[in-house]
Design a binder for this molecule. Sequence first.
Ligand code: SAM
Length: 200
Amino acid sequence: MTDAFDAATLRFYRGNADAYAERKPPLDGPLTRFLAELPRGAAILELGCGAGYQAEAMLAAGFDVHPTDGSAEMAATASRRLGRPVATLLFHQLDAVEAYDGVWAYACLLHVPRDELAGVLARIRRALKPGGLFYASFKSGEDEGRDRLARYYNYPSEPWLRQCYAEAGPWASIAVDTSSGKGFDQEQAHFLHVTARKPE
Ligand code: SAM
């Protein structure tokens, strides 16, 4: 696969924005730990924000959040929730340079085609200020595939994912946590939670 994004996956989120918005992502755990590492009022870019629940929590906590999503319909749903514009941005279109203290990408980069992931991670690294913090979560596995809703997943193993991050450029630290739970497709999945810091 060589496309910068998966068209069938985007079609799913464009066509099912309202149904997906009924699923609330966790507002504690990884999000709480991420925010605790950032300075007060820090500028945060959110990628793949979905219906905007986590952006809402970050805004309520006083952060300067820039929510984005690659599906115009999901972005509109988030915009209605937040009462502010939400940009439609595909991951590979990110061209910011040293603009953010943090990048938050909860359960969204898992849809990036395998051979595009290192390039997207490099763009995120470039968008971070020196010392900036980047969180992303993935469904783990051994090879790419699709779920029963036709959504593409890169299903990385931890070693494969660490190699991808290394290809994107140097990081001061990379920490990987694991968890398990059910996705929107109701299938049990194992998750990798990656927190990486850009060097000062
Ligand atoms: N982060 C949100 C949450 O946890 O509720 C949404 C997670 S949902 C599993 C994945 C999101 O990534 C969808 O909103 C989808 O539109 C977005 N997405 C998928 N591919 C994308 C791409 N190439 N660029 C930007 N966003 C994308």
